[in-house]
Design a protein around this ligand. Structure first.
Ligand code: NI
Length: 169
């Protein structure tokens, strides 16, 4: 089932999410909905707070469904290692229409739990490292806008506020 993706300005995007504690059929239904919603957008990552659910859960698929088996489900992800720095354009399904060059670590190692609560460790460089950091930020109530220089961030926020006033957001 597709779930609506909430946009910048929604409270669930700005609050830290809570740990996933129960890996039951309702969590599996949420995971399946998130994957379907990510592919439909289309996007390469989606965090539960983006569909209004305040849980530490995200899905990532750099192919956005093109290769099928590549989706990664991460509950309660935590950084084990973070190193280096990369600068690339970044966007977010909750901030549609805006992209900005955002600093991120070049390589990360993340541990968390999979769909059934099993321990998983993933290592990422390049775009995958960026996606992992972006989604974990969502679980901490942070958007890529918060990683930009304030001048750059303010410019985008001003444009969004104007669209909100005109009912176009
Ligand atoms: Ni995002």
């Amino acid at each position: 089932m597709l779930r609506p993706i909430v946009k910048y300005g929604t409270a669930s995007l700005q609050a830290p999410a809570q740990a996933v504690t129960t890996f039951d059929p309702s969590l599996h239904a949420l995971i399946d909905d998130m994957i379907e919603t990510m592919y439909a957008a289309p996007g390469i990552g989606l965090a539960a707070p983006q569909v209004g659910v305040p849980l530490r859960l995200c899905v990532i698929d750099l192919s956005s469904g093109a290769r099928g088996a590549d989706v990664i489900v991460l509950a309660n992800p935590e950084f084990v290692e973070r190193e280096g720095m990369q600068l690339e354009e970044e966007g977010c399904l909750s901030v549609p229409g805006f992209q900005a060059t955002c600093p991120r670590p070049a390589r990360v190692v993340v541990k968390g739990q999979g769909r059934d609560g099993q321990d998983v460790v993933v290592e990422g460089t390049g775009l995958f490292a960026r996606a992992l950091q972006h989604e974990i930020d969502h679980l901490d109530g942070r958007l890529f806008l918060d990683r930009l220089r304030s001048l750059q961030r303010d410019l985008i926020v001003r444009k969004i506020r104007k669209m909100q006033r005109q009912d176009r957001w």
